[in-house]
Design a protein around this ligand. Sequence first.
Ligand code: CA
Length: 83
Amino acid sequence: MATRGLSRVLERDARSQSWSISTELHALDGQGEDQFGRSTAIDGDTAVVGAPFDDVGNFLNSGSVYVFENRTALGAELHPDSR
Ligand SMILES: [Ca+2]
């Protein structure tokens, strides 16, 4: 689930089968068109969130990947197309 610079991690209770918001991950530089949260991956306490249309410097829509560990941004953003 994602909005401008925000992705919510949902957690399902095994007993009641109900869903609740476990945590929220923020892209502090997020813009509406970045599509932060369009792709995600979670392994243990590490979450990777893609923003394929993030602008980096003068490179429009170069895209970014945000890495969070224990719900805290590591500050790592990878910009594969901004060479
Ligand atoms: Ca953009």
